[in-house]
Design a protein around this ligand. Structure first.
Ligand code: XIL
Length: 358
């Protein structure tokens, strides 16, 4: 295919919101020319799928490994893209030592807080002015709106979120700082996130936006529920960013509707129905779903800062391996060969209709 004749998402949405893609480690290392070509042409924002997570960048107490993260940031600069940092404080992909006490003792508040501070100061400080927005805290809430009992919460209490934002702000006064989570469209979780951010702001902490990951299914959450989430945050004067968008068309147990990376389901052929390709009917359903969610995005463009896809092509969507390992997923806008899918056309068409509307 000649990519130069295909429409360009970042131009179509240019006046509305940033449009981004997440890069895996091979892409950051320059080993995936197809994905990089799509990225360069189509997107004006990038996120790192794994390269800036604590276990990648700070594997041991006194050892940071910035090699891949430096390449990621340099790539973003070369592209002139908005560069996102993901993620500072999370309970996943964080090495065990972070949550262990000193020399056999139980973990205490001061130790954990000091580790959080030095991690954030070092990482955010290194990329000050180069990483433009940070997911500061990821997944602090449960779907019912209660606090997730992570080691951060159990050791430091609710205050851990405020501390993380303060440390990040000290290290980069100008970066956008986000609270990020999945299933924020669920009213109880949405309202808990709204209360959390309101309480941070009442203490003078600047929150740039709320990040909804956006790992969604073919029919869930309904478009009007996504809309209600964006409007809820907008009424508080808060922007929403969609930070990890994909639409999973594969079968999924009903209890697994979020993106909890610790949840797994054993592989069965019945759970991998489209290994030989997506049937036309499902391809059309996926395209319609993308059109529906982008219709909501353009309608509320003033309340949206960015929409980032969690991957570039279907060859490397994380949904090939989560929640079931080794499946063939079809969640993104480009197929395994890097060809645009009907879903890409549907997103383009939605943008064009919106700009033609009075
Ligand atoms: C995922 C990555 O895409 C995978 O490569 C990795 O194995 C697990 O994490 N929510 C998040 C992301 O905030 O960091 C997760 O990324 C997907 C769910």
């Amino acid at each position: 295919m000649n990519l130069t004749v295909s429409p360009v998402l970042k131009d179509l949405f240019g006046d509305s919101f940033l449009i981004g893609g997440a890069l895996n480690n091979a892409q950051i290392a320059g080993q995936d020319p197809t994905a990089l070509e799509i990225l360069t042409r189509q997107f004006n924002a990038i996120s790192p799928e794994n390269a800036l997570k604590w276990d990648a960048i700070h594997p041991e107490p006194a050892r940071f490994d910035f090699a891949l993260a430096d390449r990621y940031v340099a790539l973003g600069q070369a592209l002139g893209a908005f560069v996102v940092g993901h993620v500072l404080v999370w309970h996943q992909q964080t090495p065990g030592w972070v949550f262990e006490g000193e020399a056999g003792a139980a973990l205490n508040r001061d130790t954990l807080l000091a580790r959080m501070r030095s991690h954030i100061q070092t990482v955010v400080g290194r990329y000050r002015g180069k990483i433009h927005g940070w997911d500061v805290v990821n997944e602090a809430l449960e779907d019912d709106g209660t606090w997730r009992q992570s080691p951060w919460y159990v050791t430091l209490g609710e205050e851990y979120v405020a501390h993380a934002f303060e440390f990040a702000r000290e290290a980069d006064p100008d970066a956008q700082l986000y609270y990020n989570d999945y299933n924020l469209w669920k009213p109880a979780k949405r309202d808990a996130a709204a209360r959390l951010v309101t309480s941070l702001r009442s203490r003078g902490i600047r929150v740039g936006a709320v990040g909804e990951q956006g790992h969604w299914l073919l029919d869930d959450p309904p478009a009007d529920v996504i809309e209600a989430m964006i409007v809820t945050f907008e009424k508080l004067g808060l922007k929403t960013v969609i930070t990890e968008l994909d639409v999973d068309p594969l079968p999924r147990p009903e209890w697994l509707d979020g993106a909890d990376v610790s949840k797994h389901v054993e592989f069965k052929t019945a759970l991998d129905p489209y290994a030989k390709g997506l049937p036309d009917a499902v391809q059309r359903q996926l395209a319609k779903r993308y059109a529906d969610v982008f219709r909501v995005f353009v309608k509320h463009r003033r309340a949206l800062g960015r929409v980032t896809f969690w991957g570039v092509t279907d060859a490397d969507t994380w949904l090939n391996d989560w929640p079931v390992h080794g499946r063939t997923n079809h969640a993104l806008l480009w197929d395994r060969e890097g060809q645009p899918k009907p879903s890409f056309d549907a997103v383009v068409e939605t943008a064009r209709r919106a700009s033609a509307a009075p």
